[in-house]
Design a protein around this ligand. Sequence first.
Ligand SMILES: [Zn+2]
Length: 221
Amino acid sequence: MFIGHYSAAFAARAFKPAVPLWLLFVAVQVVDFIWAALVIAGVEKVRIVPGFMEASPLDLYYMPFTHSLVGAFIWALAAVVLYGAMRKGAGHWVAGLILGTAVLSHWFADLLVHAPDLPLVSGDPKYGFGLWRSLFWSQVLEIGLLFAGFWLYLRNTKPKGAAGRIAPWIFLLTLVAVQAISHSGEVEADASATLFAITALIAYSVIALGAWMMDRTRNTK
Ligand SMILES: [Zn+2]
């Protein structure tokens, strides 16, 4: 899953305004940030197989450190501890817990669309409901999730000025456009997984930066 993950970030920002939106955008993709780094390092393994699933050419056959349920819990716990230790003041542990939940949400969102490639610890059994087998239904799910989160965000924030009325919509359209681009074009049989991982890292970073810029135009209600 790609932009659907940001639904949880928008929802968490609506629920707990103390945590900045950009940080939540990083949190929901922490698992994939580390996955991309481990793919580049050759620790976790992926094959690019054109037509593997209608909505994804990725045969993610080895990723126990990032995409196992236990792994996702550990990254989530690390986020809680890091945030809790670095922040002070009332409610910072609750904010840390929200951040940790955002990290953990990644695994459960992936569970909906992935082929059975998500282990509990490592090896079998692996889980994945496989919605990526349908391009149409996987996009209905991802974009539907994103819109629901975005709606919560709009309801719980208010524009600072004219920019605050336009920026969220430009940002939303950009996310949908990036998603569309990621699903267009032919996948080469010899496409490089490393290049894919680098592209993912850049995309996730630029999107988090976009979230920061957009959120500056909104006030908490
Ligand atoms: Zn993932």
